[in-house]
Ligand binder design. Sequence first.
Ligand code: TYD
Ligand code: MG
Length: 465
Amino acid sequence: MKKRSVFMCTECGHESPKWMGRCPGCGEWNTFVEQGVREGRVDRDRVRARAVSLAEIKTGDSERMVTGVAELDRVLGGGVVPGVVVLVGGDPGIGKSTLLLQASDRLSAAGETVLYVSAEESGSQVKLRARRLGVASDRIAVLSDTDVTHVLDEASRVSPGALVVDSIQAVEHPEAAGSAGSVSQVRTCAAELVRYAKEAAVPVFIVGHVTKQGSIAGPRILEHMVDTVLYFEGDKRFPYRILRAVKNRFGSTDEIGVFEMTVDGLREVKDPSELFVTEGRGPSAGSVVIATAEGTRALMVEIQALTGLTSYSVPQRTSTGVDRRRLPLVLAVLERKAGLSLGNRDVFVSVAGGVRVEEPAADLGIALAVASSYWDQPVDARTACFGEIGLGGEVRRVALGERRAQEAARLGYRRIIVPTAAVDTSARPDGLDVVGVRSVAEAVDAVLGRRSRRGGRGAPEMKEA
Ligand code: TYD
Ligand code: MG
């Protein structure tokens, strides 16, 4: 057979005999990677379907199967439908195998047989983890194999109620090009698993590692092939893990699930609201609590900022946990509208507890935390805030204002700074003073008592230790 190279787009899977700078399939740049020798084509014959009337089609909604891990079910939209393919993505070591083994345990406790395929670990390694988690069901069939055709053979023999494949980067198809983890392998294996799921009407969970670099087959290409994409994330230095749906053909993508990694596995966190606020927190300069909202849930999250005179020619701007594109905007607005002068100062912003807050509603919290650190003036520990900041320094309304305020009230906050009209004042939650602000300058005044003259003031009277 003649040797032949194939180039494939890592975003959409478009193939080309030569390298291209821009993919004609999806328009992305620099996404082509070489795929080695192609030995043969995978048989792509599909079962031919007949058109049926809309009325005849069953939604499968009534047949939703709950995994029994409530936080997972919540994110899935109330469990899984038959034939759904769920990709569980996340950094290596974040807890994907743990989560799926625990879900397998609950499913088997509900009477389902689960085929758990580990292509990364031996049966005894899986058993060790299971023992640690207290999982000992004989309804979980473990297969340690990397060949996806063997996986499918076993699946037809066992005919499980659910199939778990851990991970897509470790399985391979004998007829696809490249080694395990390459784009063509990932695509072929995933296509086979998707086909199995649909034909057998069995929910399939696929684990996909997200690697920062070097991974030519990031789960991106997979995301288009599966029905639901969940990301399991968190900072490994902290025990909390957040599960979020980024794609969900059978539910919303708003919900998050919160877990805590403990010595005996993942524990579901039913009331996560104050996990991301430093315990026993008193007033301290640079720390502000925001009320974020995810799906039907509001969470109180602490934002911390530190500013100080720089010793570099270009001041440092570093953020963790917040959308890094918003930090420069917030800083520019603080300079222009609230009288801070940050040109010679380093600014560090981070979110407590290792959680990520990407929504623009965090802007006001970032701004107030930076201002508080800048003037070395603490914000009252029982004051929270939320709001998006516009380029003109205006504080904009965000969704779910009422829910955020209610959560703050529930947790004993006494004051919340909100965009004007974001919270209906007639429905003010008990004991909570709702302060509407129109601009960042107003917010800074309300929280720190700093009235700014436009154009700025001089450097703060602040000790530089
Ligand atoms: P794992 O599920 O193997 O991660 P992934 O499949 O995403 O690569 O979890 C790995 C980490 O979780 C590992 O560092 C050990 C830790 N862990 C616990 O803290 N407690 C436990 O009970 C288990 C099983 C794992
Ligand atoms: Mg694993």
